[in-house]
Design a protein around this ligand. Structure first.
Ligand code: SIN
Length: 281
């Protein structure tokens, strides 16, 4: 039976029904999932119970599953039996030691970039707080680029962005505005990239606050990036995923940016995998 695809009605996002991700997927099902992923940029499945190995097996339909860039000592009590391929996003600590990354703080808007851009990001919800909205917000940079005012588009055409340093935290910090992004040793990527599978143009933006548009005066770069981020994260281009335990959410890091609000109370635990992307062009 073909999976049912139910678009969110927003600028991106669709639910995929009728698939048990714990089982190997037949070709038709796999193709329908990949088509939905390319068409909607983010897709989710409800009610999935997966071991880490099954999560990795499913993730491999989107590309080569790779280790994430977060340092292993970030979460010494790491809550997974496959630490090389499965990352943990959690606000839970045991004896004061975090079992996963990001904690309870607000995760600022970003795409995953360093050292090389990721392809797909895949999260499986194991524990979700009932008392706190812990939605993941995703913005579609292809839709935002298509709708961008001509004047803004002409200012960024052909431009490259230096992406932020690896030691900058995603979690909002006081004093972040003191960073001088033009000094970043991070890699350069084109601001406008063409999606390798769909040919659609979108923006590749790295992390809010620690990127720099090459060969622009720093004030001009900051002001233009401010305008771009304001444009991209307007409600018209954003969809929020409201989590339930058992959800698997997949989004395409090449053509989206994502963020998450602070978790006010309750345990939140998700297992996360990612796939290798390619050099943006
Ligand atoms: C992430 O940035 O991968 C985490 C998103 C989330 O915690 O919802």
């Amino acid at each position: 039976m073909k999976p049912e695809i139910i678009p969110s009605g927003a600028a991106l996002g669709a639910e995929v029904r009728g698939v048990n991700l714990a089982e190997p997927l037949v070709d038709d099902t796999r193709e329908a999932i990949i088509d939905a992923y390319h068409q909607h940029q983010a897709i989710f499945f409800r009610g999935q119970t997966l071991t880490d190995q099954q999560l990795v097996n499913f993730s491999a339909i989107f590309g080569k599953v790779i280790a994430d860039h977060r340092p292993r000592d970030y979460y010494p009590e790491l809550d997974t039996d496959m630490p090389d391929l499965v990352d943990v996003v959690s606000n839970v600590s045991i004896d004061g030691k975090p079992i996963g990354a990001l904690g309870s703080g607000e995760a600022i808007w970003h795409s995953d970039t360093v050292p090389l851009p990721n392809g797909a990001l895949i999260l499986h919800a194991l524990e979700i707080p009932t008392a706190s909205a812990s939605d993941t917000r995703i913005a579609n940079t292809q839709a935002a680029y298509a709708a961008m005012p001509k004047e803004m588009r002409s200012r960024l055409e052909g431009r490259a962005l230096i992406h932020g340093r690896q030691d900058y935290s995603l979690v909002k910090q006081d004093g972040a505005s003191e960073i001088d992004p033009s000094q970043s040793p991070g890699p350069w990527f084109p601001l406008v990239r063409t999606h390798i599978a769909t040919g659609k143009k979108g923006l590749f933006l790295g992390r809010r606050g620690d990127c720099y548009i090459v060969d622009m005066a720093i004030d001009e770069s900051n002001a233009l990036l401010e305008d771009i981020w304001k444009h991209v994260t307007q409600p018209a281009f954003v969809w929020s995923h409201a989590w339930s335990v058992g959800d698997v959410l997949v989004w395409d890091n090449r053509c989206t940016v994502h963020s998450r609000g602070a978790i006010s109370e309750g345990r939140r635990r998700l297992h996360r995998t990612t796939t290798a992307g390619e050099w943006p062009r």
